[in-house]
Design a binder for this molecule. Structure first.
Ligand SMILES: [Zn+2]
Length: 631
């Protein structure tokens, strides 16, 4: 029945919009054609009555292409995978064999166990993303299309802001919490933006995740990827110490500082998990490359080492000739410009070698230099007019840039001009044009925060302020060190005034408390030996003990009051005799010995016991006599 249903040609076939998820398109298709019989619709679309639609990695693609026929917005399952799922985001972090397995599942299977193979379940980052939307993207959609839709770039793992608008994404629904999970949920337009400040690191991470998705990189052999990471680490001087091995604790500290302790991400706890010195994912990533690690972790390391996906792709290509044969498409400084007139694939025109740079520049209203820069970043061969700037030289400059060297020193050591270095930097590191402006804005914000905290906590010195505003300190240390230094120097000048202790007054107070404490211990019904330790514990313990030298009277009084072992044994004998007398029992020596509970009876003790038994005065008198002994 399913193949025939809905028994008619669908009247409305929506277009697949730029960057739209397949889940979103099917949702709009179902709504536009009022396909209300849910189970029948699901069976018709996916060939399985019980299939659950997947937001980011929809399976059953071959079946879907068959039933939609010419109505399908894309012709092949592969085109769906590339254009309307998040799979291109995962591919560079999978091996070629896993890539084959995943593509097979996406085409034929129900995507069961798929996310485990892909490492999405690893590190417990959560396998299903919430359905979220950017309020400003939605406003633009409503104005131009009259409806809005779920975008791929808003559903990348760990991404919580729109890379285009830099504002926080609004979560509209969670598939796991919906009772009917076969229902296609559609976004609601006209929502108010989330009132939350989005930091620079959060934005930068979103940009990097976007770049991976759009770069459409091929799968990479895990060892090859690892060697690219190692070379970059080597260039930064991380492999020199300890016989070429990586100092994981130090690298871990550096990454934490670089990412400001991951304060900006909801996955902070999971990222910091591991032993006390090293984050677990970092060790796995570099020591056991075949183990699945979540793409978020790869991206964090790539962000630190390469700063852009284009530079990462270049580093991998450096390590393998095979890689360069496949289509490596890097990201352009402004992908939106490249999109004009070229459908949903921004790289199409850039990669089309039949178009000359000049023709493309005219079409895109850009300068020839810009087009050349974009094409270089995309790895498109360009007739090099300046023969001295060979690909090898460009690679050497990129490597030096990755190592964090200054433009001036790179220019000198590679015999190129500073502007050439800047141009290469711009091409391979994709610095958004507005980044300096954002940096300036961030600087103002951070400085204000630091000043605020300082005004409240300056008495505690630098450490107190730093404890309170750790992330701000780390940011300023990285980006505004001179200013921070000038501020902390002022802080350090605040003289530390410790109130002097008046030992005489304190001693007098403690002496009074000591008398009370002693009385309390001495009159307890079945008491233990009164020792200096026990007395001092009642006065405040070690705080008092370490300062006894400053309080000699207290020290002397403590010595007087503390009871020797013999004195305490005599007390126990007295006590036993008292008890026996009170109970009306005869005070034989053996009975006293047993009642006193003393293990070892010396001749002296036995003599004392006999003396007490023979000359025992009325019990009240002896109590008084015993108390006096301690005074
Ligand atoms: Zn947006």
């Amino acid at each position: 029945m399913a193949d025939q249903w809905p028994n008619r040609r669908l009247p409305t076939i929506p277009d697949l919009l730029p960057d739209e998820l397949l889940y979103s398109w099917i949702g709009r298709l179902v709504t536009a054609n009022a396909l209300h019989a849910r189970k029948d619709t699901i069976e018709w679309l996916f060939g399985d009555r019980y299939a659950i639609p997947c937001i980011d990695l929809q399976g059953h693609l071959t079946h879907l292409c068959q039933v939609l026929g010419t109505d399908a917005p894309l012709r092949s399952p592969n085109a769906f995978i590339e254009t309307s799922t998040l799979y291109p985001y995962h591919r560079p972090f999978l091996s070629p064999s896993r890539d084959e397995a995943v593509v097979r599942i996406l085409k034929e299977g129900g995507a069961k166990g798929l996310k485990t193979i892909m490492g999405r379940v690893a590190n417990r980052f959560g396998a299903t993303p919430p359905l979220q939307i950017c309020a400003r993207c939605a406003v633009e959609d409503m104005a131009s299309l009259g409806e809005t839709y779920w975008r791929r770039t808003h559903h990348l793992p760990g991404v919580s802001c729109c890379a285009k608008h830099g504002i926080a994404l609004t979560i509209q629904a969670r598939q796991a919490l919906v009772t009917d999970r076969q229902k296609f949920i559609l976004p609601v337009g006209g929502v108010a933006p989330v009132q939350r400040d989005v930091g620079q690191l959060e934005r930068r991470f979103a940009r990097l995740a976007n770049e991976v998705l759009l770069a459409k990189l091929p799968p990479v052999d895990p060892w090859q990827r690892r060697s690219a990471y190692f070379h970059a680490l080597e260039a930064r001087g991380w492999c020199r110490a300890r016989g070429g091995r990586i100092d994981f604790p130090a690298l871990s500290r550096e990454l934490k500082q670089h990412y400001e302790d991951f304060q900006w991400t909801v996955h902070r706890e999971r990222l910091l998990a591991g032993d006390s010195s090293t984050m677990a994912w970092l060790r796995t990533l570099l020591s056991r490359p075949r183990v699945s690690v979540h793409p978020i972790c790869h991206l964090l390391l790539i962000g630190y080492l390469f700063n852009s996906i284009a530079a990462f792709a270049l580093a991998i290509r450096d390590d393998s000739d095979e890689f360069s044969d496949r289509s490596v498409v890097a990201i352009y400084p402004n992908a939106d410009d490249a999109k004009k007139g070229f459908g949903s694939d921004p790289g199409l025109a850039i990669r089309d070698v039949s178009l000359s740079c000049r023709a493309l520049a005219t079409m895109l209203h850009r300068s020839v230099t810009t087009i050349v820069t974009w094409r270089r970043a995309a790895g498109v061969p360009i007739a090099e007019r300046r023969k001295w700037l060979t690909p090898e030289k460009v690679r050497a400059v990129v490597r030096a840039l990755v190592a964090g060297k200054r433009h001036k020193s790179i220019a000198q050591s590679h015999h190129v001009s500073i502007s050439t270095v800047s141009r290469i930097h711009k091409a391979y590191f994709n610095q958004a044009k507005h980044e300096p402006m954002l940096l300036e804005k961030e600087r103002v914000r951070r400085r204000r925060h630091w000043m605020n905290v300082t005004s409240r906590m300056s008495k505690g010195g630098v450490n107190a302020v730093r404890n309170r505003a750790g992330a701000t300190y780390a940011w300023l240390y990285r980006h505004d060190r001179e200013w921070l230094r000038s501020q902390t120097q002022v802080l350090r000048c605040v003289p530390k005034r410790r109130p002097r202790v008046d030992w005489a007054t304190r001693e007098a107070g403690l002496l009074v408390r000591l008398e009370i404490e002693f009385k309390h211990l001495a009159t307890a019904s079945s008491r233990r030996r009164i020792t200096t330790t026990r007395l001092v514990a009642g006065l405040g313990g070690d705080n008092v003990r370490v300062h006894l030298r400053q309080m000699p009277r207290l020290k002397a009084r403590l010595a007087e009051m503390s009871e020797s072992v013999e004195a305490f044994q005599q007390y126990r004998i007295d006590n036993a005799v008292d008890r026996l007398t009170y109970q009306g029992k005869s005070c034989d020596l053996w009975r006293v010995q047993r009642a006193a509970g003393i293990k070892v009876w010396t001749a002296m003790l036995r003599r004392y016991a006999q003396e007490v038994i023979e000359h025992r005065p009325p019990s009240q008198a002896r109590m008084n006599h015993r108390r006096c002994r301690y005074h």
